[in-house]
Design a protein around this ligand. Structure first.
Ligand code: ADE
Ligand code: ZN
Length: 342
């Protein structure tokens, strides 16, 4: 393969990809939001679908979270969570996703009186069906809301224990600044002792210190976002040495003004430092693109090569929680495509 050949849209579409940073509530497209609002008789503060899209201009993470949590009010029944997840899977499959490790925010729903089991059963039901019909594999990651207390996270972990077979890991999301990982060290310790893997959002808006805490206090296997790591050379050495995956979300970072433009995103630098960076869509219904859209637009903005996008797709499986056999099988498919694309 010619080393500096630019990545083509065809290669990006054809590459098998794992999606490792995807909030299922962030896949709620305005059309489905309106359909569920009608079904559940929930009032929406928008005149129509276009009005929803016009409202999606964000100043920062918090201004996005305010709309994201408001949108979640239309999700009420198990069927709603099933439909939401099935719609995501259909789009993901079209964009070459073969495996997804999916975040969900149970506290957003239990706080409104929705049962934990309603949420998990709806999402898991759609994922089980996707496995049978599409061969689409997946895992579920329960995220604790970091702007709430550690006690509230503990109570949520209690609710999760009867569903432990449906959940592979716990994570940490929501408003980052002022809510450091250390606030959740006890609940992560307990989750680990109960057999859950751990991941955490860190270094999206928050400082490199939060990434250190996610690694050393929460024992995170992956860092979600992590893009601020480049401010701390010692941290970059640690992430490179241990090949800790970073689940980077380029379109999200521009929409939430972490970077002014996609051209100024640091993804190419992260790869240049030997870090195990991956591309993901975060909240695609809010940020304007699913996974291949993220790959395509980022490749164009940063003039990524074929070698770069193949590395990103390989990284997504290397960073996943798949077993060795399935991981190797996806890597072999990528390697066969790589040999054929030069
Ligand atoms: N919840 C949904 N998307 C998020 C993000 N990008 N950061 C933190 N919490 C989130
Ligand atoms: Zn996220």
């Amino acid at each position: 393969m010619a080393d500096r050949t630019l990545a083509s849209d065809e290669l990006i579409a054809a590459l098998p990809k794992a999606e490792l940073h995807l909030h299922i509530e962030g896949t709620l497209e305005p059309e489905l939001m309106f359909a569920l609002a009608r079904r559940n008789r929930v009032d929406l503060p928008y005149p129509d679908v276009e009005g929803v899209r016009r409202a999606y201009v964000f100043e920062d993470l918090q201004s996005f979270l305010d709309l994201y949590y408001a949108g979640c009010r239309v999700l009420v029944t198990e069927r709603d969570f099933y439909d939401l997840t099935a719609a995501y899977v259909a789009r993901a499959v079209q964009q070459g996703v073969r495996h997804a490790e999916i975040f969900f925010d149970p506290q957003t729903h239990t706080e409104r009186g929705i049962a934990f089991s309603t949420v998990v059963n709806g999402i898991s039901g759609a994922l089980a069906d996707a496995r049978h019909t599409e061969g689409f594999t997946s895992g579920l990651i329960l995220c604790f809301l970091r702007d709430l207390s550690e006690d509230a996270a503990m109570a949520t972990l209690d609710l999760a224990l009867p569903h432990r077979d449906a959940i592979i890991a716990v994570g940490l999301d929501s408003a980052e600044i002022g809510n450091p990982p250390e606030k959740f060290r006890h609940v992560f310790e307990r989750a680990k002792s109960e057999g859950f893997l751990t991941v955490a959002h860190a270094g999206e808006e928050g400082p490199p210190e939060y990434i250190w805490q996610a690694l050393d206090l929460l024992h995170a296997s992956r860092i979600d976002h992590g893009i601020r790591c480049l401010e701390d050379p010692r941290l970059v050495d640690r992430l490179a040495r241990d090949q800790i995956p970073l689940t980077v979300c380029p379109l999200s970072n521009v929409k939430l003004r972490v970077f002014p433009t996609l051209e100024q995103h640091n993804l190419a630098e992260l790869l240049g430092h030997g870090l195990r960076a991956t591309i993901n869509s975060d909240d695609p219904a809010y940020f304007g693109g699913y996974i291949s859209d993220n790959y395509r637009q980022t490749a164009r903005a940063l003039t990524l090569t074929q070698v770069d996008v193949i590395e990103l797709a390989r990284n997504s499986f290397l960073a996943s929680f798949l077993d060795e056999h399935d991981r190797q099988s996806h890597l072999e498919t990528i390697d066969a495509l790589a040999t054929g694309s030069g």
